[in-house]
Ligand binder design. Structure first.
Ligand code: HEM
Length: 406
């Protein structure tokens, strides 16, 4: 057993407030070897400048071929290889493969495609909030934050309406922490893989204006994506774009509801919406730590040298509260200026969906404030349960009350 500090992301008490732990680490140095129960020893990078430097360092690899042997064994034991047939996507690749895949996707997932989704995102949000208003009470996670992003991804990809319930069910099994659902994981991956493979084949014969059809036919410099690569990309967009956006809506609404003066300021001046969403991303971002990276050579983090063959995790939640970059970082301030947070990562894997996430976040938050004028938390903040595990930061439920209108 390691005698290192335990980084216990499966402990509800840790997840209730990880920020104090990160502050303590950050104050004692830029990179720390800690023990992650179930996985072994990993390095945490906690400072803002160091996080950006690490995420731009070519000696930090995302390629599963560079997974240290100790972590590989732990992942097999944890059953995390179940989904590997869908995992050969660009977030798990280094240049030149990553450069090639990203270039082809960027051609299709354009600013214009995102802009064109705006009216549909508003319509979907309005329909979900109609149900909330009719019901007279809400769990903003179940009633809005979960269904909105998954429906938007279906629209984006071109998943037919009649298949969306299956799509939603598979996704909720994949992101669940419920041990009882674990035996279903492998089957769920297989079903999703088979479904996406069929759908991609179908887009060859019956193309539409969705992203999958665009990915099937994209070409640049004589290069294109084969069908497996399109399936992996679709899977990546689903996993990367779903729980993240869900947590932006949940964590963002929680930050507003627990800071009434900020909520009042936003109600008084809707032009603060974009900076409010940036502050939500910084203050309680949906992605607490980046995905694993593996050292292929020594990596300098400030005065610390991380040797080769180690696992490194960059703690975005800590970098975003580093007082050397953000004044009074524990304060939620929707008018904060120069808010260059790292909630979307940094470097070559910088979030491809950031414009879509921002758009969905802004529409969801503005619509809740408009439709539920006196919305407030229906429980004490301390009674809210955070989802367990590494990478994501999000709530299970967010019960609110409001006076039902017409
Ligand atoms: C990558 C955050 C929404 C697609 C990332 C990374 C972060 C991130 C931190 C880098 C991970 C790493 O380096 O380990 C977020 C947040 C979101 C969000 C906070 C919501 C608020 C989305 C959406 C999509 C998306 C809506 C698309 C539908 C991607 C993709 C990558 C990525 C494709 C991989 C990029 C690459 O490997 O080059 N995201 N994301 N994300 N994100 Fe997002």
């Amino acid at each position: 057993m390691s005698d290192l500090v335990s980084f216990d992301v499966t402990n509800p008490l840790f997840k209730a407030n990880p920020h104090d732990f990160y502050t303590g680490l950050r104050e004692s140095g830029p990179a720390h070897l800690v023990h992650l129960p179930g996985y072994g020893d990993v390095w945490l990078v906690t400072g803002y400048a160091e996080a950006r430097a690490a995420l731009a360092d070519p000696n930090l690899s995302k390629d599963p071929a560079n997974v240290p042997a100790s972590l590989q064994n732990a992942m097999v034991e944890a059953g995390e290889r179940d989904g590997f047939q869908l995992m050969a996507h660009m977030l798990n690749s280094d240049p030149p493969d990553h450069t090639r895949l990203r270039k082809l996707v960027v051609r299709t997932f354009t600013a214009r495609r995102v802009r064109e989704l705006r009216p549909r995102i508003q319509e979907i949000t309005d329909a979900l909030l109609d149900e909330v208003v009719a019901k007279g009470s809400a769990d903003l996670m179940d009633d809005l934050a979960f269904p909105l992003p998954i429906t938007v991804i279906c629209e984006l990809l071109g998943v037919p309406a009649e298949d969306r319930d299956d799509f939603r069910r598979w996704t909720s099994i994949l992101v669940s922490e419920d041990e009882a659902l674990r035996p279903q994981l492998q089957d769920t991956f297989a079903q999703l893989n088979a479904y996406l493979t069929d759908l991609v084949r179908h887009k060859h014969v019956a193309p539409d204006d969705g992203l999958l059809s665009a990915l099937v036919s994209v070409a640049e410099d004589g290069d294109s994506l084969d069908d497996d690569e399109v399936v992996w990309m679709a899977f990546l967009l689903l996993v990367a774009g779903h729980e993240t956006t869900e947590n932006l809506i949940g964590n963002g609404m929680l930050a507003l509801l627990s800071n009434p003066e900020q909520l009042a300021a936003l109600r008084a001046d809707e032009s603060l919406l974009p900076s409010a969403v940036e502050e939500m991303l910084r203050f309680e971002g949906p992605v607490e730590t980046t995905t694993w990276r593996f050292t292929t050579g020594p990596v300098e983090i400030g005065a610390v040298t991380i040797p080769a063959d180690q696992t490194v995790v960059v703690v975005l939640a800590s970098a975003n509260r580093d007082p050397s970059r953000f004044a009074d970082p524990g304060r939620f301030d929707i008018s904060r200026e120069d808010n260059q947070h790292v909630a979307f990562g940094h470097g070559i894997h910088y979030c491809l969906g950031a414009p879509l996430a921002r758009l969905e976040g802004q529409i969801a938050i503005a619509s809740v404030l408009r439709r539920l004028p006196d919305v407030q938390l229906a429980v004490d903040e301390g009674d809210l349960a955070w989802r367990l595990g590494i990478v994501m930061r999000g709530l299970h439920h967010l019960p609110v009350r409001f006076t039902p209108g017409e």
